[in-house]
Design a binder for this molecule. Structure first.
Ligand code: CA
Length: 249
């Protein structure tokens, strides 16, 4: 099997926040995609997510250009997370007002043979829409997710829980958390989504599936997701990367 893909990414400040602490990286040619959601207050969050997205992009660009595909890409994804963390911590030492900043990072590498490789820390999610069904490929590193897995909270209640923002694993912020690694296969017709919690906290999976599976061009699908989150209140920054998978040569 051989696949090809198109992609579109967009980020929006939302309707409440003054700044946008999310960052994204989209390189459709190489099949590298990432979403990062910074934290640490104001400017610091923007810096942390920007460092994460930029570093991820640099490390994976080199990896793809050197011909790394398949399982060996995991080593480069782990390296990218380590380098990004080191840069975030270094920045905090150089500019103490940013000390303690951190970010989520969800990174996806797609290969022409249909394999995907994901690495993630935090609560920015990856989804795959296939056969009309939305499958979440990542597990949030959050307190509410733990409660859901322990059977003490429903997924629906978790989404709007007052502690939904409590993240248990993160890139930076003085931690040495390592990312979860996930791999699998996509097929022509699938649509992949990376999103910050400004989207997933506002919309249900069913709503996301409807908008993601529309027949609109990908940039308009990305815009429609952001518009829907804003119509729900837009209480947080909203970032989406949409990847449509088709037949390869
Ligand atoms: Ca957020």
């Amino acid at each position: 099997m051989s696949i090809a893909w198109r992609a579109a990414g967009a980020t929006d400040v939302g309707r409440v926040r003054e700044g946008n602490e999310d960052s994204l990286f989209v390189d459709p040619g190489r099949g590298i995609f990432a979403v990062a959601d910074g934290m640490g207050g104001h400017a610091a969050g923007e810096i942390a997510s920007s460092i994460a997205a930029t570093t991820l992009g640099e490390v994976l660009t080199s990896a793809i250009d050197e011909g790394h595909r398949g399982e060996t890409i995991f080593a480069r994804l782990k390296l990218a997370f380590l380098e990004a963390r080191a840069k975030i911590e270094q920045h905090g030492r150089n500019e103490p007002q940013t000390r303690g900043m951190g970010t989520t990072l969800t990174a996806l590498v797609l290969s022409p043979d249909g394999a995907y490789h994901l690495a993630h820390l935090g609560d920015s999610r990856a989804y795959r829409l296939w056969g009309g069904r939305l499958e979440q490929l990542t597990r949030d590193h959050t307190w509410v997710q733990r409660e859901v897995e322990a059977g003490r909270l429903t997924a629906q209640a978790a989404r709007t829980h007052k502690l939904a923002h409590i993240i248990t694993r993160v890139l930076g912020a003085g931690t040495d958390d390592v990312p979860d690694l996930v791999s699998g296969t996509v097929h022509p017709g699938d649509v992949l989504l990376l999103a910050s919690d400004g989207l997933t906290g506002m919309l249900t999976d069913a709503e996301i599936a409807t908008l993601l599976g529309s027949t609109l061009p990908l940039p308009e699908r990305a815009a429609a997701l952001i518009r829907a989150a804003n119509e729900r209140g837009g209480t947080d920054n909203i970032t989406v990367v949409v990847v449509g998978v088709g037949n390869g040569k």
